[in-house]
Design a protein around this ligand. Structure first.
Ligand SMILES: Nc1ncnc2c1ncn2[C@@H]1O[C@H](COP(=O)(O)OP(=O)(O)OP(=O)(O)O)[C@@H](O)[C@H]1O
Ligand SMILES: [Mg+2]
Length: 419
């Protein structure tokens, strides 16, 4: 009997690590069979700043997932973010091999390679080269040119690059946990897999994942990715502002934000008072809830203005009829949709991981969009899959490793060779 395909995703977030295992059934649907979380350590603004601490937190999440699922994890898809990420669109053009004027897989690969051949500073590395569409003899809008007749093949690609040191640190700390990496996936691309509908991508949409340390952006038009960005500011900054403004510890400020926060302060009654424990007064001091929400609104407005500038600067204002889809833990802030509509001047909705089956209760929230999206990414890009892993604990051997050459493995070899 054919072995079930299994995919592992690890979201290394600024506030939490989430490791998921999904089994793929015969209809190519994911069933989540393992969920493991751990509070993050050693991360700042989406980047690893302490390898040992981050590795320990990742290991803790992996251990929990292994215990729940009964699988032993050997490899995983891992998310990457941080403000070192940048992206650009690039075109590659090649002549189709002259034998039959029929486009072959090597022709497609040569075109993608031509698009990728951009000069890069020595301290940056390519993370993704994603074909967006193909043009055959001037005919645009082709998604799969394989087998078509033509003389000239062009490909439009989206290229994502990151700082070598940040990528290197993430690889190091994941490998320290004893697992290998199937592929590194840009977090906004993963989150988009989990929350956007096909119709939204076709129309034109911006996915905004507001986490603890970063705000991630991905723009889709005509079904393809056009722009990605990571802004190094997130929900932790809201909590910091509250802690400073109300002179209260970070954890108290965090509770206040979740319990009483709103992104539209003027909707809160000016006379409503709430009690908060401060550093020097553990019994609680009454403060105006409106004041708390004014602090929150000011920072959230600033974050959304930065996102708006990124969208406008990249030239996509006015071409996103499906508006924005907000996700990430901070998208749970009350009234955020209304503030987003106001600042971005577009339709807005909150999105969480959709159409989940299996152990879904604990991950059915916008905070888990990236982790779920990593599994969806692995499902779509099947050649990342390494069937050696995970194997059922205490037995199965799985298919041999030798015939599986993951894209990441070759990328990694190139990376180490050039490091
Ligand atoms: N109900 C809520 N209202 C407001 N903020 C919330 C709420 N619930 C969670 N958050 C915030 O969500 C943030 C964590 O989000 P998330 O889990 O998506 O981050 P992360 O993935 O760990 O970090 P990042 O993606 O930035 O590296 C925290 O700042 C937390 O305060
Ligand atoms: Mg996140």
């Amino acid at each position: 009997m054919a072995k079930e395909r299994v995919i592992v995703g690890v979201d290394v977030g600024t506030t939490k690590i989430c490791a998921l295992i999904g089994e793929v059934d015969q209809d190519n649907r994911l069933n989540i069979v393992g969920v493991g979380m751990a509070p993050s350590q050693g991360l700042r603004r989406g980047m690893v700043v302490n390898i040992d601490e981050a590795a320990a937190a990742i290991r803790e999440a992996l251990d929990k997932t292994e215990r729940i699922s009964g699988y032993k994890i050997g490899t995983a898809l891992v998310g990457i973010a941080g403000s070192h990420i940048s992206s650009q669109n690039s075109r590659g053009i090649v002549a189709v091999s002259p034998n039959m004027h029929e486009i072959s897989q090597p022709d497609i690969e040569r075109a993608i390679e031509a698009a990728r051949a951009q000069p890069l500073p020595h301290n940056r590395e390519v993370l993704h080269v994603i074909p967006r569409e193909y043009v055959v003899d001037g005919e645009a809008g082709i998604h799969d040119p394989l087998g078509m007749s033509g003389n000239r093949l062009e490909v439009e690609t989206h290229i994502v690059t990151g700082a070598v040191t940040s990528i290197h640190n993430l690889i190091k700390c994941v490998e320290k946990t004893g697992i290998e990496i199937d592929d590194i996936v840009l977090e906004p691309l993963a989150s988009s897999e989990a929350v956007l509908t096909g119709a939204e991508r076709d129309l034109g949409v911006a996915m905004i994942d507001i986490g603890g340390g970063t705000t991630d952006l991905a723009i889709f038009i005509n079904g393809s990715i056009w722009h990605t960005a990571v802004i190094g500011i997130g929900g932790n900054h809201l909590t910091n502002d509250i802690a400073v403004g109300l002179r209260t510890p970070f954890n108290v400020a965090e509770d206040m934000k979740k319990k009483y926060g709103s992104a539209v302060a003027e909707r809160i009654d000016v006379n409503e008072m709430i009690k908060i424990p401060t550093f020097d007064n553990s019994t609680g001091e009454p403060i105006s809830r409106r004041f708390l929400c004014e602090i929150i609104e000011a920072r959230m407005r600033e974050m959304l203005v930065l996102v708006h500038e990124e969208i406008r600067g990249a030239g996509y204002q006015g071409v996103l009829p499906a508006g924005v889809v907000l996700t990430g833990g901070s998208s749970q802030l009350s009234e955020l949709v209304d503030l987003a509509r106001d600042v971005l001047n577009m339709p807005a909705r909150i999105g969480g991981p959709a159409q989940l089956t299996g152990l879904v209760d604990s991950i059915n929230s916008p905070a888990y969009s990236t982790a779920v999206g990593l599994l969806s990414w692995g499902l779509k890009n099947g050649d990342y899959q390494n069937p050696r892993s995970p194997v059922p604990a205490g037995g199965g051997t799985g298919p041999s490793w030798g015939d599986v050459v993951g894209r990441f493995t070759s990328w990694l070899k190139h990376f180490w060779a050039s490091a």
